[in-house]
Design a protein around this ligand. Structure first.
Ligand SMILES: CC(=O)CC(=O)C(=O)O
Ligand SMILES: [Mg+2]
Length: 215
């Protein structure tokens, strides 16, 4: 296993995020169910690792947690068919797609991009790298998240509208993926606001978990 993949944060390649990939989450925000994958980007400067804090951005009124399965691309993918995708997966991680919800809603209403709402500093807290053999079936992984000990999100990746293989194949037909690029695969329902002083704990079943404080 390449040390670049184990250190995917320092390697610092493109962060692609999938939106509305769980029906119940699309519905809870009143969004339509997508008929094909819907993606956006975060800057690599938004990565943080455990020991660092999530900082509420200036002027933000509602910052939401979104717990997600992350995939690290292991080798170049350009127009790769779904059957060949497993060879291109380098590993996994747990991610938070921290979202400035009011700024996102306002951008959405005006037809503007979500870049600042999704890409502010500290908007992408991640876990350590999870080797791919620890997740033999990425479509059957529990995702959970607690705020101050209270369960807020509890889902399973089998509820994804577009499974990991489909997502990577679809993206690779449009955007060439390179070693170290990552994909955040979307969040299940239960997203909600956090405040200064809150503690987020979340996990991928009992495979890995992480803890972040909100400053
Ligand atoms: C509405 C969203 O913020 C889309 C998103 O990021 C998701 O995970 O779904
Ligand atoms: Mg998300």
């Amino acid at each position: 296993m390449s040390s670049k993949l184990q250190n995917f944060v320092k390697f610092g390649r493109t962060i692609i995020c999938v939106g509305r990939n769980y029906r119940a989450h699309a519905s809870e925000l009143g969004n339509p169910i997508p008929s094909e994958p819907f993606v956006f980007l975060k800057p690599v400067s938004s990565y943080i690792t455990q020991g660092q804090d999530i900082k509420l951005p200036l002027g933000a009124s509602e910052i939401h947690h979104e717990v997600e399965l992350g995939v690290v691309i292991g080798s170049r993918c350009s127009s790769v068919t779904e059957s060949n995708i497993p060879d291109h997966i380098g590993g996994y991680f747990l991610a938070l797609d921290m979202t400035d919800r009011n700024r996102q809603k306002s951008a959405q209403t005006k037809g503007l991009p979500w870049t600042v709402a999704k890409g502010f500093d500290t908007a992408c807290p991640v876990s350590d790298f999870v080797p791919k053999d620890r997740i033999p079936d990425p479509q059957n992984v529990d995702l959970w998240l607690k705020v101050n000990g209270n369960l807020r999100q509890s889902g399973n990746t089998k509820l994804m509208i577009f499974p990991v293989k489909k997502l990577i194949s679809w993206i690779s037909e449009r955007i060439t993926l390179e070693e170290g690029d990552v994909i955040l695969t979307g969040t299940p329902e239960g997203v909600g606001p956090v405040r200064s002083g809150d503690i987020i704990e979340c996990g991928l079943g009992d495979i890995t978990k992480m803890k972040y404080s909100i400053k």
